[in-house]
Design a binder for this molecule. Structure first.
Ligand SMILES: [Zn+2]
Length: 576
């Protein structure tokens, strides 16, 4: 190349740079984050097993579930990789992309030695804050004798126990707080935990009136649009739809009907419109946790007509919500993600009819037996409480103060409780005396009734020291580890077995078995390759994938995998 040609090229390059310099606004700050979608909406269905979408697929209409199944990336085999399949840990996992050993939330309520020996604390309860804008009837009277001027309030809530950041936190960190992040649910824990520590707001209902509230952790009073929603008569309309007009048990009676999903989705619309989400030049995030399916599902089970109606009704409501999103923000600007916090077991009697060994265990009797046996061992003649009440299986909490008084250390205490549980749940085989040979009993002519089985008992001590089976099973248990200063053991009953619910509710979820861990996982949006994916994935992959696509740091304890198989390839440079 001649020197003159080189000079011309250099001049041309300088000219282009100069022109570009004039065209581009000088004030664009250098930052890694380019804010791809205007809005991410994560829909969490509380208690929704992964097989439901397949089961009811033929009945789906419009762009509700079909938006995910036909136009999005739908993962049919998504399983939680931990043993404590409850609402609070599930929602924390969806937000953080981590398990209990990463985010610190093991149960809905737990004994926290650093906070109270009188009651279990809820995963989000926080006495340093109060709930706001509650109707007067929902605020308890002060203690008798308290001055008239004493402030009446209900204890607030916050993500104080959450030890990891969420996708929302990372969006806010990446944009210096310009991304707006919100959580919505009927339940406080399900609104707060997936949104994260830095969320702009989390909204849930006052159980009695059904009005939306929040905690002073977020704000001193509800925003104008939320007050207007509460005053709009929408709550009364939901009660009318559920045919319990004027109820003061909104959570139980409206909460178990499809009317509750519509009520929540309408609040989500009011939030998106009221806060102008998707109009801030960066990516905003809303997590909507729909509680109704859990409230009805515990009562009627996964195979009931009630479950079927709830799913088909939700399909229509999601269709309506998606159309609204399309009109208001434009679906081309939105990424949607769908999952659930846990699955559910069939009602034990239904499974037993098919010959499944779905026995139930009376926890009250079991607790009485454990306490009696521990007293006989360590404090004969006494009525010491060694086991803390209110089990939140799989955890059984030990009162360490009682053991410490009789000089028993954690390892010895937890080992003893494990041994006693083993003996109590597995019916002991009667020992034959060596000099008498008993004839065998005659073979049964029919299937024998279900019998409680013990799949395993694991101590906190062993979990803390990594002394677990070197297997997939061991990994599930390790992921369920949390430390709130108490001693505990984890009890795993046989598959399809559960605690006796005494007829108050029909079934539950709490175990490491597949039916409690199987949930849907699906995405809709520009970066996803539509299709049905059968590879094994986990709910922790949602936060990892969305963080990666949004170009932000993964949440602090995230262990999920970026689901690259469902992401459109990046266009090679120079091609269209
Ligand atoms: Zn539940």
């Amino acid at each position: 190349m001649k020197p003159r040609t080189r000079l011309s090229i250099a001049l041309l390059v300088s000219f282009v740079v100069l022109v570009l310099g004039f065209l581009l606004p000088a004030s664009v700050p250098a930052q890694a984050y380019a804010g791809r979608p205007k809005l991410i909406v994560i829909v969490v269905i509380d208690q929704f097993r992964g097989d439901y979408l397949n089961r009811d697929r033929a009945e789906f209409k419009g762009r509700g579930f079909n938006l995910f199944m036909n136009e999005g990336a739908w993962f049919t085999d998504c399983y939680y990789d931990y043993a404590n399949t409850k609402t609070a840990p599930g929602h924390a996992t969806i937000g953080t992309g981590a398990y209990t050993d990463g985010h610190g939330i093991e149960a809905n309520d737990f004994w926290d030695a650093s906070r109270s020996w009188d009651h279990k604390v809820s995963s989000v309860e926080d006495e340093r804050y109060r709930l706001v804008d509650l109707p007067p009837a929902s605020i308890p009277a002060n203690q008798p004798g308290a001055p008239d001027t004493a402030l009446k309030y209900v204890i607030g809530a916050s993500p104080r126990n959450l030890r990891a950041t969420t996708l929302g936190d990372e969006l806010r960190l990446a944009t210096d707080g310009r991304s707006r992040v919100y959580g919505i649910s009927l339940k406080d824990r399900a609104a707060i935990l997936p949104a994260g520590q830095s969320a702009n707001g989390a909204f849930w209902i006052d159980n009695s009136s059904g009005q939306f509230t929040t905690s002073t952790y977020y704000m001193e009073q509800l925003p104008e649009w939320a007050r207007a929603f509460n005053a709009s008569g929408r709550v009364a309309e939901a009660a009318r739809e559920a045919m319990v007009e004027g109820t003061t048990q909104f959570y139980e009676l409206v909460g178990r009907t499809p009317a509750a999903n519509r009520y929540e989705l309408d609040f989500a619309k009011a939030l998106i419109a009221g806060e102008k989400l998707g109009q801030n030049g960066v990516t905003d995030l809303v997590v909507v946790s729909l509680s109704a399916n859990d409230i009805q599902g515990h009562q009627f089970g996964p195979n009931s007509d009630s479950e079927e109606q709830m799913i088909l009704s939700l399909d229509r409501d999601l269709d309506d919500f998606d159309s609204w999103l399309d009109r208001s923000v434009g679906l081309q600007n939105v990424w949607l993600a769908l999952s659930a916090d846990h699955g559910i077991a069939p009602i034990p009697a239904d499974a037993a009819k098919l010959g499944i060994d779905s026995a139930v265990v009376d926890m009250d009797k079991l607790y009485a037996r454990l306490n009696a046996e521990l007293n006989a061992l360590y404090s004969p003649g006494m009525q010491t409480q060694y086991i803390l009440p209110g089990p939140d299986l799989p955890y059984i909490a030990l009162d360490r103060r009682s053991f410490e008084r009789v000089k028993i250390d954690e390892k010895a205490a937890e080992d003893e409780v494990s041994k006693l549980l083993d003996e109590a749940i597995v019916s002991p085989v009667p020992q034959k005396s060596p000099d008498t040979i008993q004839p065998l009993p005659p073979p049964a002519q029919h299937r024998l009734p279900p019998t409680p089985q013990l799949a395993g008992v694991y101590t906190r001590f062993d979990l803390a020291h990594g002394q677990l089976p070197p297997s997939e099973w061991g990994k599930l248990l390790a992921h369920s580890y949390a430390d709130h200063g108490n001693w505990y053991v984890m009890l795993v009953l046989g598959a399809y077995q559960m605690e006796d619910l005494h007829g108050s509710i029909g079934t539950t979820h709490f175990s490491p078995w597949s039916y409690d861990r199987h949930v849907p996982l699906a995405f809709y949006g520009a970066p996803f390759i539509p299709g049905e994916y059968h590879g094994r994935v986990a709910p922790v992959d949602m936060a990892a994938t969305l963080a990666s696509l949004a170009g932000v740091n993964q949440p602090s304890a995230a262990v999920g995998r970026v689901l690259t198989e469902a992401i459109k390839p990046i266009r090679p440079i120079g091609t269209q």
